[in-house]
Design a protein around this ligand. Structure first.
Ligand code: ADP
Ligand code: MG
Length: 617
């Protein structure tokens, strides 16, 4: 066949193949256009899941009569004009291909008014002779998209049921609605108003919107995040670790107001949650990252769902550390949020309570299979000898090891035992022990139940981490340096990160274009599989520009040691020891959940107790 230029409509349809996958993609483009036009209010009307109709009406700047046809032409945009603009684009759109793409695969009508003159409407019919006609419309624009894919049967066959398409569209609407608190949004489907969101200016109003979008349970278990760095800012809400999900379905992430699904950011957040999340569970969060537009490349994906950061290592570190810092507050009395688990019926179905665990795909015994992940990663050797090594490295067992063991009872007994006021002692006063497993206490709300082993494990673990932080520079030279064959990219990355790695106790030298020598490792990891560890570190460096493997490996080792070192079930504690455990929990970061992410305590309030006994109040 001879080479020919493609007809315009086909070019648009090909472009539509990339950006317009389903009604939700139409909605995304139209919403972004409305926001770019400075809308204060956006009304969305969908019919038949958005396949029959997707209409977006805004009160933004509008389109001048003489530009109506241009708006529907390929590569026509009012948002950028040169390469400089592209490199620091602050609008959602800039590619100038959404409207023509949409118009090429549907029956689209554009109606608009700039406020200066009369309103006008243009049917973007692919048939000849579409003409601008007068219309009635207040300032702003309405884009009406009907019969999606009516002229592209192959695409239409890829659509799912109306119900599924609607679910995608509504999910998209919710995502966008969270991106701009200052704008009002309404959604109507098949004539029924589904969501109506007023502008949210202060934090309280914003939290109401978050609750409307993510559910009340999320907000009740959310911690507020706000941090301004030198060049990065992070704000939002993250769920307590015990309010985790079986799917990664409640993760809302925005970069400069643009919703993204970004591997690097997800990874950084997960890292922040690393030792507080139950195995196989997913954190829930709404996070807004801000930075200078020139530090992020948004032209990395046709639907603009992915971005590229100029300094991905710094972004990863900033986000991970911020989340970690906020989660450190998850201990009794540290935040006004709900207890990590509640025993009443109103509890979130997805929080890990007795019911949550039972209904999860992860079998409950995964939680009890302590340290399994650690063993996969490195040969641990005998935990007992690790514990010994730990003691010799970091000094007195009292500072690190369990202080509830029989040998140290006297030390514990010296701790102040006083009937503390409830505000100092959110977990209250110990009452008794049940089968050596649970501890009961009374606080101002009612009864507190503590899983003794789980709680103590966290306390020991946090102490060990603090001690390790203090002595982390302890690097141990290897008797026999290990030679490692790597790719030249990996060797380059290792060389570039030499200082950072040596701060973590890992000394690597380059031996040749594709060879590294491991000379020193963190003392605590001397018996680990250092080769695998270094390979994982290098893979991280290449992918994320940073690596947390060393910290992770150390954490896992410490967690295993903490587990072995902490009070086992069936040990009788004295009343003083029990109270000491409660006070330690209140002082220990992340004490709301054990090292495996299970809750350590639960509150049975007076009303819960009353309900049990049918006592009216
Ligand atoms: P892009 O958003 O990448 O510029 P689009 O095809 O989505 O490309 O839109 C083309 C142009 O049409 C925009 O640059 C803008 O000038 C105009 N436009 C589209 N939607 C609206 C709207 N809702 N309000 C005002 N102008 C709009
Ligand atoms: Mg656009």
């Amino acid at each position: 066949m001879p080479i020919r230029l493609l007809p315009d409509q086909l070019i648009d349809q090909i472009a539509a193949g990339v950006v317009i996958e389903r009604p939700a993609s139409v909605l995304k483009e139209l919403l972004e256009n409305a926001l770019d036009a400075g809308a204060r209010r956006v009304d969305v009307t969908l019919e038949r899941g958005g396949i029959g109709r997707c209409t977006v009406r805004d009160d933004g700047a509008g389109i001048a009569a003489e530009e109506m046809a241009l708006a529907l032409s390929r590569h026509a945009t009012s948002k950028i004009f040169n390469l400089d603009d592209l490199e620091q684009v602050a609008t959602m759109g800039f590619r100038g291909e959404a409207l023509p793409s949409i118009a090429s695969v549907s029956r689209t009508t554009l109606t608009s008014c700039t406020g200066d003159g009369a309103a006008h409407t243009l049917a973007a019919a692919s048939e000849e002779g579409a003409e601008l006609a007068p219309a009635a419309h207040p300032k702003g624009t309405t884009v009406d998209v009907r019969d999606l894919f009516y002229n592209t049967p192959a695409r239409r066959r890829f659509l799912r049921t109306e119900r599924t398409e609607y679910a995608h569209a509504e999910g998209l609407f919710r995502r966008v609605a969270l991106s701009r608190f200052d704008v009002a949004f309404a959604l109507t489907h098949n004539g029924k108003r589904v969501l109506d969101l007023a502008p949210a200016h202060d934090r309280e109003q914003q939290e109401a919107r978050v609750a409307a979008v993510c559910g009340n349970a999320f907000l009740e278990h959310a911690l507020y995040v706000e941090r301004e760095g030198e060049s990065l800012g992070l704000r939002g809400w993250i769920a307590q670790p015990t309010f985790s999900r079986s799917q990664a379905d409640m993760q809302y992430c925005y970069v400069n107001g643009r919703m993204v699904r970004d591997k690097l950011l997800n990874h950084a957040v997960r890292h922040g949650y690393r030792d507080v999340l139950f195995h196989g569970r997913h954190p829930a969060y709404v996070l807004f990252l801000t930075m200078a537009p020139s530090r992020v490349d948004v032209n990395a994906h046709p639907a603009k769902f992915e971005v590229r950061f100029r300094d991905s290592g710094a972004v990863h570190g900033f986000v991970g550390r911020t989340i970690e810092h906020v989660l450190a507050q998850t201990h009794p009395g540290a935040h006004s949020g709900a207890a990590p688990t509640e025993l009443d019926q109103g509890v979130t179905p997805d929080a890990i309570g007795q019911r949550g665990l039972a209904s999860d795909e992860a079998p409950p015994h995964a939680a009890i299979n302590r340290g399994a992940g650690t063993q996969q990663r490195m040969s641990l050797g005998d935990t007992r000898s690790r514990l010994e090594a730990w003691r010799s490295l970091y000094g007195a067992p009292a500072a690190t090891a369990p202080d509830l063991g029989g040998a140290t009872t006297s030390a514990v007994a010296e701790a102040p035992v006083r009937p503390a006021a409830d505000d100092d002692a959110p977990l209250g006063q110990a009452l008794a022990q049940v089968h050596g497993v649970y501890l009961l206490a009374e606080n101002k709300h009612g009864l507190v139940v503590v899983d003794m082993h789980a709680a103590h494990e966290r306390i020991v673990y946090e102490r060990m981490k603090v001690a390790w932080e203090g002595g982390r520079v302890t690097a141990q030279p290897l008797l026999m340096p290990v030679r490692l064959a790597v790719s030249s990219r990996e060797a380059d990355a290792a060389e570039a990160a030499t200082d950072e790695l040596s701060r973590l106790g890992l000394a690597l030298t380059r031996q040749g274009p594709q060879s590294l020598l491991i000379r020193e490792v963190p003392a605590l990891l001397a018996h680990a599989d250092v080769e695998q560890l270094v390979r994982d570190v290098l893979a991280d460096l290449l992918e994320h520009g940073a690596s947390n493997r060393i910290q992770q490996a150390v954490d896992e080792l410490l967690a295993t040691m903490a587990c072995h070192g902490s009070v086992r079930a069936n040990r009788k504690l004295t009343r003083e020891e029990m109270n000491q455990l409660l006070r330690d929990m209140e002082r220990t970061e992340r004490a709301d959940q054990c090292n495996h992410g299970r809750p350590t305590w639960a509150q049975l309030g007076m009303s819960d107790l009353d309900r049990l006994f049918l006592r009216g109040r």
